[in-house]
Ligand binder design. Structure first.
Ligand code: AVJ
Length: 336
């Protein structure tokens, strides 16, 4: 393999910041037609990832601490059930900071002495930070980060197949990350995961459940305004990366419960009639007063729905754990 020289690397970097990059393509597609929309993966630049970390600590944002409580109570059962007496190696999709994962990794080390952990994420920076911290804090865990876009093609054997034939994989897809996809796309993602697993391997899926509307609204529109800042950071990112001139004070954060689709929706609402230029795209976008940019869906599931989703993707739902209030569920599917 020949490595690209520095000129070629520079060319790639420039392309990512102009018409050719994935950010540019998504923004052009989402803002040149109505209704205006931007995909939620745009939230997670460096500033956005830090804002998300702050969201997970908010009193209103029950998701992270509820799921952490479930994992803290049941990680050994989850690991034992997934392993079924064999050695496990653990893959995590969209690992991010991998904070809650430590509970499962510690349970795996407890059960088998050592464990290989393969976090998959598009951000090499996030993966490096996670590796450093986990290897320092949990002796027995070897971290092998995989920089990959799992939505568009997961390849678990890219770095070499399973060492032992009787080793099993456990894929973690926790944090209700799947909630950003509509049901059809979610099924596609789960089928993609099933496609790279062997019978007997397992998938641990964390989903947020339907609950009272005020609880949901508060979680996506907190008092301190961190979620608003997280949402508006998308516009700041377009200013930074695409030379756009969004006035962040001319848009407001809006969180809406859509009962028909059973999802929280986030929007950025234009406060006036305005025109925004996106220099790198040669694009001018007009907004009417009150016009919205749809930035995220977060699906909330009914009891039993996670099990059905697993089964529709070729897994047998072999275990489901929830909290006392039934606000969140973590379900284990066995690849059939
Ligand atoms: C990371 C997708 C699970 O939908 O709750 C947090 C992102 N959006 N606050 C979610 C998010 C607004 C989060 N997920």
């Amino acid at each position: 393999m020949t490595l690209p020289n520095s000129e070629a690397i520079l060319e790639i970097l420039v392309a990512n910041r102009t018409e050719a990059g994935p950010v540019a393509a998504a923004v052009r597609e989402g803002l040149s037609t109505r209704p205006r929309r931007l995909p939620p993966w745009l939230f997670y630049d460096e500033a956005g990832s830090l804002l998300f970390e702050r969201i997970t600590e908010l009193p209103e944002y029950y998701l992270t601490r509820t799921e952490r409580g479930i994992l803290a109570a049941h990680s050994s059962d989850m690991i034992d059930l997934a392993a079924g007496g064999k050695r496990l190696r653990i893959v995590e999709l969209g690992a991010g900071s991998a904070d809650k994962t430590r509970l499962l990794l510690a349970a795996a080390v407890e059960a088998q002495g050592q464990v290989l952990y393969e976090p998959v994420d598009v951000s090499a920076t996030a993966l490096d930070a996670a590796r450093e911290r986990i290897e320092r804090e949990i002796p027995g865990v070897t971290v092998a980060p995989r920089v990959m876009d799992y939505v568009h093609g997961l390849d678990l054997d890219a770095e070499g197949p399973l060492e032992e034939l009787d080793e099993r994989r456990l894929v973690l897809y926790i944090g209700s990350s799947i909630g950003n996809f509509d049901l059809e796309d979610a099924n596609r993602v789960l089928l993609g995961v099933r496609g790279v697993l062997r019978p007997g391997d397992a998938l641990l899926l964390g989903v947020d459940l339907v609950k009272t509307v005020p609880t949901l609204l508060a979680a996506y529109d907190d008092q301190a305004g961190v979620t608003a800042e997280f949402n508006l950071n998308v516009l700041a990112r377009l200013n930074r990366e695409l030379g756009a001139n969004f006035n962040l004070k001319a848009f407001r954060h809006k969180a809406v419960w859509d009962a028909v689709h059973s999802r929280m929706e986030m929007y950025l609402e234009s406060l006036s009639a305005q025109k925004v230029r996106i220099r790198a795209l040669g694009l001018e976008v007009e907004f009417a007063p009150g016009e919205r940019i749809h930035t995220e869906n977060s699906y909330k599931y009914a009891p039993g729905q996670a099990e059905r989703m697993l089964e529709n993707a070729g897994f047998a739902a072999v275990g489901c754990w929830t909290d006392a209030e039934r606000w969140f569920a973590v379900c284990l599917g066995r690849a059939e």
